[in-house]
Ligand binder design. Structure first.
Ligand code: FES
Length: 85
């Protein structure tokens, strides 16, 4: 499979204020440290409709809920452990 990996971060006001504002910076730094920004599409989207389970992060179509700055890096490591990035 040669599809580009993709991270989508929910930028709706609930997710943004509850953690994704910080998660956004942590994810950008994580991609940058590994020099894989070019291989991973990273974009925001408006409310995902799961505000009560947020902050929401979607990696390669898998929806992660309650993603907080304390666990976002572990989620990235797990999600990309088998990926060709
Ligand atoms: S703001 Fe993220 S699910 Fe609603």
């Amino acid at each position: 499979m040669n599809q580009k990996n993709q991270i989508i971060i929910c930028m709706g006001s609930s997710c943004f204020s509850r953690g994704n504002r910080v998660n956004l910076e942590l994810i950008k730094a994580w991609l940058s440290e590994r020099k894989i920004e070019a291989e991973v599409g990273f974009k925001g989207q408006l409310c995902t409709g799961l505000c009560n389970k947020g902050p929401v992060l979607i990696i390669n179509e898998h929806v992660y809920q309650e993603v907080h700055p304390a666990n976002v890096i572990n989620i990235l490591k797990t999600a990309f452990s088998g990926a060709q990035v």
